[in-house]
Design a protein around this ligand. Structure first.
Ligand code: HEM
Length: 406
């Protein structure tokens, strides 16, 4: 915390988002929760209480169009920022192609994790960068296979995705150069995705993109613009978030050696443990909405038309909902965290992300002998909304073989 402690909602929000505080924004979130619904100087409403966030996520008087962008009416939008009925139609099309493809992927994900870790068996003792060696390549490979995006194109779409995700951060936190890059990245991603769709048109496969393009059900087909936007959303959401779940989970395990020891011998712990990572250190820290009507909440009124910031990461540490909220409790019961949002826009990829993180964290716990953090805290990415380490160096004495193949 700085010597002059911030007090207004605007100050607290600004400090919480400063890169210097990226490793631990939670003390600022705690101060925000003293007023769970409050107005910032620019007119945006900051919501940080668990109860209030949950209530707003389910309120039909709230729009997902966070910019309340009347000026952009008619511009194509992804389902993330659309409201019913259009949102629900598009979401149905995506889920009916997405969900069947991810069931039964556990073994394949396990094989990918084994393969990624096996690349390091020759160094004993050794060192891993959990971000670049596991947490990033795993979800990228999985989402590419699912969508039908060539894995070898990663250098192209990976760099575009990194630049684009900075666009999710609040306006004003990016430099002029980053804003320029963002605009450029938008254009390049459109060109890349259109090229991909064109290729698939003449050469369909059994991937999700082909499924969306050639659905037999006429109601199941997507127009070309929706197709491109949805593909872009899934590609970016599919890896720019899960990387942080695996990295944040590794960090929590190495800072809580009891949890690490328990996970090593009790694979069933992986399920509640990943939920606790999603609560304690969520990869998506906040979301946005706007008010379609005056909304009375927490003794105040959010006026119609106002922009709203839902501070998911703050709600996740609300003592009114979670006992001892600043403690990482790997088998925490009744863990209704906000890590995947809630209501109509609840994350479509939740099951996939959970599976990848459960398998990756279990493998790290079981296979690395005496793992240690090389730098604590690790360096963090610039991004504030999709928050996570840039690198996560872990040294170890030995990397044991995968218990399945040993
Ligand atoms: C740890 C990983 C992930 C986290 C923490 C996460 C988090 C979230 C959150 C918080 C939302 C709600 C946003 C809002 O209400 O404004 C969301 C929505 C969404 N997520 Fe995820 N996500 C993850 C992984 C994935 C994956 C792997 C995919 C797909 C491949 C995915 C696809 C989506 C989509 C399409 C939506 C929009 C749903 C809608 O608007 O109806 N996510 N995610």
């Amino acid at each position: 915390m700085p010597t002059t402690t911030p007090s207004s909602a605007t100050d607290l929000f600004t400090h919480a988002l400063q890169h210097d505080n990226r490793a631990n924004p939670y003390p600022y979130f705690a101060r925000m929760r003293q007023q769970p619904v409050t107005r910032m100087d620019d007119g945006t409403w900051l919501v940080s209480g668990h109860h209030e966030i949950t209530q707003l996520l389910r309120d039909p008087r709230i729009s997902a169009d966070r910019l309340n962008s009347n000026t952009q009416k008619g511009a194509p939008k992804s389902l993330l920022v659309l409201d019913p009925p259009r949102h629900d139609q598009l979401r149905r099309l995506v889920t009916q192609e997405f969900i069947p493809r991810i069931t039964g992927m556990r073994d394949h994900i396990h094989d990918l994790v084994t393969h990624l870790l096996d690349a390091h068996t020759s160094q004993q003792p050794g060192q891993l960068d959990v971000v670049t060696d596991l947490a990033y390549p795993l979800p990228v490979t999985v989402i590419c296979e699912l969508l039908g995006v060539p894995r070898q194109d990663e250098p192209v779409f990976g760099s575009l995705a990194r630049r684009l995700t900075r666009g999710l951060d609040p306006i004003g936190t990016q430099t002029a150069e980053e804003l320029h890059e963002l605009q450029q990245a938008r254009i390049e991603l459109i060109q890349y995705l259109e090229g991909l769709i064109e290729k698939r048109r003449t050469n369909p496969g059994d991937d999700l993109l082909s499924g969306l393009m050639f659905s037999q059900n006429p109601a199941g087909q997507m127009g070309p613009i929706d197709l491109r936007i949805t593909l872009g959303l899934l590609l970016i959401a599919g890896h720019e978030t899960t990387v942080n779940l695996i990295a944040n989970g590794t960090l929590a395990l190495l800072r809580n050696p009891d949890a690490l020891t328990r996970l090593r011998t009790d694979p069933d712990l992986a399920t509640p443990l990943v939920e606790e990572v999603l609560r304690y250190d969520p990869p998506v820290q906040m979301s946005g909405r706007s008010a379609l009507a005056d909304i009375d909440i927490a003794g105040t009124t959010i006026p119609k038309g106002a922009r709203i910031r839902l501070m998911l990461a703050a709600g996740n540490r609300d003592a009114h909902r979670f006992p001892d909220p600043d403690r990482f409790i790997p088998d925490r019961p009744d863990n209704a965290h906000l890590g995947f949002g809630g209501g109509l826009h609840y994350c479509i990829g939740a099951t996939l992300a959970r599976t990848e993180a459960q398998i990756a964290l279990t493998a790290l716990a079981r296979r690395l002998a005496s793992p240690r953090l090389v730098t604590d805290p690790p360096p963090y990415r610039e991004n504030a909304v999709l928050r996570g380490p840039e690198h996560l160096l872990v040294s170890f004495d030995r990397l044991t073989p995968d218990p399945r193949t040993a």
